[in-house]
Design a binder for this molecule. Sequence first.
Ligand SMILES: [Zn+2]
Ligand SMILES: [Zn+2]
Length: 84
Amino acid sequence: MTRILEHTDDSVLVGIVPQDCGNCGQRTDRVRLSLDVVMSSGRDFLGIRSLATTPCCNGKRSAPYPVEHLARLLDHLKDCSNPH
Ligand SMILES: [Zn+2]
Ligand SMILES: [Zn+2]
């Protein structure tokens, strides 16, 4: 599992191998993962995806992280008081 730096009820900030942000080009070593509801233009529910937000510029992109894993992790962090 990736290194968890901090978390809220619906997102988790994880450490990553330093890389250039795809959005602004700034070097970043962390990314915020959250679940994102995907709707069609007609506002139909299409599904859930993992969303990665880079803290440098709030750039958003789909995260290559399984939705079920992220959902379970967020759920776990909600009532777990252990440091991660
Ligand atoms: Zn950026
Ligand atoms: Zn735990």
